[in-house]
Design a protein around this ligand. Sequence first.
Ligand code: IMP
Length: 202
Amino acid sequence: MPKLTRKKIVLASGNRGKVREIGALLADLDCEVAPQSDFDITEAEETGLTFVENAIIKARHAAHHTGLAAIADDSGLEVDALNGAPGIYSSRFAGTDATSEQNLEKLLIDLSDIPKAERTARFQCVIVYLAHEADPTPIICQGSWEGRILFEPHGTHGFGYDPVFYLPDHNCAAAELPPEVKNGLSHRGKALKQLLATLQPN
Ligand code: IMP
């Protein structure tokens, strides 16, 4: 029995790059998906220590303030040579108010002595769906995307660490892929496909 009981769903993300990607991927869902920015809601404080905890915190916050069902994702980059960092701290790697450019620059500096073969990394994404604020059984979906960190940025698409995330199978950076191609391959795309299959099994 699908849990999709409400027509309108709030998408709990303030990141415009992610809202664009998730919005495109959820276009197939038979309901209206409204970004959190359509409502007067402050950002939730991400106090969890895991992607799952933070995604639930964000979705619950949005559901609480809108009275709607909510979808939230928490994602980040895990770099093996940095023992999994920046992980859940990906958006604040270079400091609380750091820009994507500053985070990316810090990553390249931290990896400057690491040779190509040891620059393996992956994006992780957890997406949760809460039917309502007090939903005790959130739908939790997870996707990952393997790659390697480049020595310098390439490409102009995407957001965040995309310009330095090299995809061996495609011989290019994630930021060199057209958005629809990235959506079909990415950690977020994989997690969203699972969510769609759960919400709309047919
Ligand atoms: P969140 O908004 O707390 O989930 O933080 C996610 C952060 O991880 C983003 O701000 C980016 O720095 C990074 N990130 C997650 N997914 C991607 C992606 O698809 N491309 C590039 N960077 C990403």
